[in-house]
Design a protein around this ligand. Structure first.
Ligand SMILES: [Zn+2]
Length: 214
């Protein structure tokens, strides 16, 4: 069961189209898993529509261009069917969320049990990756200089706090230290705006891991 959700503030920013591409994709992908947050987004959209209705004269709504702009930005609760995007990594095949259908992916880079493909969003210091951890794999204990968002797409992983399942939306910052590991193997979408900081082992040795994941 999903226990970790975007905050209400993040859902509101999503509804208002205020998030960058990576966070917008992550929230959309969470919504594909989470009926509860889908209902919250719909309610927020209705509230915004109500607010606009109260605020704008009826004849202004006859401007087709304005109406189509608003509709284009809407989150579709029932997205149009398109052929699902599949990725193959280390003899596993995964179907990606619809939110990731139209983005470019780099080749996979592998290091031990970790594999990473970059999601091409061109957002400067904000890096978005698909991260695959083979079963029995782990990431050394670390903290973050900025934020790190992990959305589980398949499989499970655990850290000192909890066990996470597909749809779990885990937002961490420099106040959090953890060492994730997976028994089953997992595929995650990760977004970070700075490299991780290892607090265990010799950080020089772990540098390649940090570079791979950021
Ligand atoms: Zn949710």
């Amino acid at each position: 069961m999903i226990k970790h959700h975007p905050t209400p503030a993040l859902l509101l920013a999503f509804t208002q189209g205020q998030l960058g591409a990576s966070l917008s994709i992550a929230v959309s992908a969470h919504l594909e898993h989470c009926e509860c947050c889908r209902h919250q987004v719909l309610a927020l959209q209705e509230t915004s529509a109500q607010y606009l209705d109260d605020d704008i004269e009826v004849d202004e709504w006859e401007d087709d261009e304005m109406i189509s702009t608003i509709t284009d930005n809407d989150y579709e609760l029932h997205p149009k069917q398109s052929s699902p995007l599949r990725v193959n990594i280390r003899e596993h095949e995964y179907t990606l969320p619809k939110a990731l259908q139209s983005v470019g992916l780099s080749n996979w880079l592998k290091l031990g049990k970790l594999s990473r493909a970059r999601v091409d969003l061109n957002e400067g210091e904000v890096h978005t990756n698909l991260l695959h951890i083979e079963k029995g794999g782990a990431i050394p204990r670390h903290t973050h200089k900025g934020f790190e968002l992990t959305l589980i797409l398949a499989g499970e992983f655990k850290d000192e706090v909890d066990t996470y399942v597909p749809g779990d939306f885990i937002w961490l910052n420099d106040a959090n230290t953890h060492s994730p590991s997976t028994e089953t193997g997992c595929l995650c979408l990760t977004i970070a705006n700075n490299s991780m900081h290892f607090v265990q082992g010799i950080s020089q040795v772990l540098n390649p891991v940090g570079k791979l994941i950021y």
